[in-house]
Design a protein around this ligand. Structure first.
Ligand code: C5P
Length: 238
């Protein structure tokens, strides 16, 4: 199956996703759904990561989709291509709109992730308008180097997948090569928010100026005393 990185449709829809994805980094779906219900008028994309998926599994993906929202399943798949293909196919069949695979797994593995993802979505009648994102380097990774980043970027481009995850500061590296990729940026810190374990952080407005298509924000929102007000502040700053 061809993975078309430049299908015109896949670049019309990002506006429907909005600019902000909230990371539901919780250990149960009651807490997660409380945040979805609180933010549903402002935020279209919710990220289910390792903690929530391990705690609640596919059920929480269905619950978010049932609210009419888009689910970004961020498991950073990294295994042999056959295993990644099958895991991504399951995620596609659950109706995920965005998934991640780790670029350290190489271009064949990334391609397998995208092919499995699309096959899974197609199986349940969903279209191919979705994003398989290659994680370049973790925003918390102290071993970051420009060379390693460029190697990972090469694998992402060679695989033909249509998106990547990187820090805001990395967006200026090789920006000519990433023009056609949907760029998702975590490590976002509004002024005054603690960095936590994130090393390479960017403000929401700076990340957008640098070319981010979608910002991922977790703790600054979900640990805020007023998550809705924090979301509104972030969106107004863009
Ligand atoms: O709480 P915080 O805003 O730091 O959350 C960032 C989210 O983005 C977490 O769920 C984390 O797993 C995810 N992420 C990241 N860096 C990457 C890829 C994903 O921080 N490179």
């Amino acid at each position: 199956m061809d993975i078309n990185t430049k299908a015109p449709d896949s670049f019309e829809e990002p506006s429907l996703l909005g600019k902000l994805a909230v990371a539901l980094d919780f250990d149960n779906d009651t807490k997660a759904m409380r945040i979805v219900d609180l933010l549903k008028d402002e935020v279209e994309v919710y990220k289910v990561g390792l903690e929530l998926f391990t705690a609640s599994g596919p059920d929480v993906v269905s619950k978010i989709i049932d609210r009419g929202k888009n689910v970004f399943v961020d498991l950073k798949l990294h295994d042999i291509p056959n295993t990644v293909f099958k895991a991504a196919r399951v995620l596609g069949s659950l109706g995920a709109k965005l998934i991640t695979a780790h670029s350290a797994g190489g271009s064949d593995m990334l391609r397998a992730a995208a092919e499995g993802f699309i096959e899974g979505r197609t199986y349940v009648g969903l279209d191919e308008n979705c994003y398989c994102l290659g994680v370049s380097m973790l925003t918390s990774d102290p071993s970051f180097s420009q060379n390693l980043f460029l190697n990972r970027l090469e694998a992402i481009i060679e695989s033909g997948i249509n998106g990547m995850v990187c820090s805001g500061t990395d967006l200026s590296i090789a920006s000519d090569k990433t023009a056609d990729l949907f760029k998702v940026v975590p490590g976002i810190r509004p002024s005054g928010s603690p960095k936590g374990d994130q090393l390479r952080v960017t403000s929401p407005a700076d990340a957008i100026k640098l070319g981010a298509d979608l910002l991922v924000v977790g703790r600054p929102i979900i640990e805020s005393s007023d998550p809705l007000a924090m979301v509104q502040t972030i969106l107004e700053s863009l």
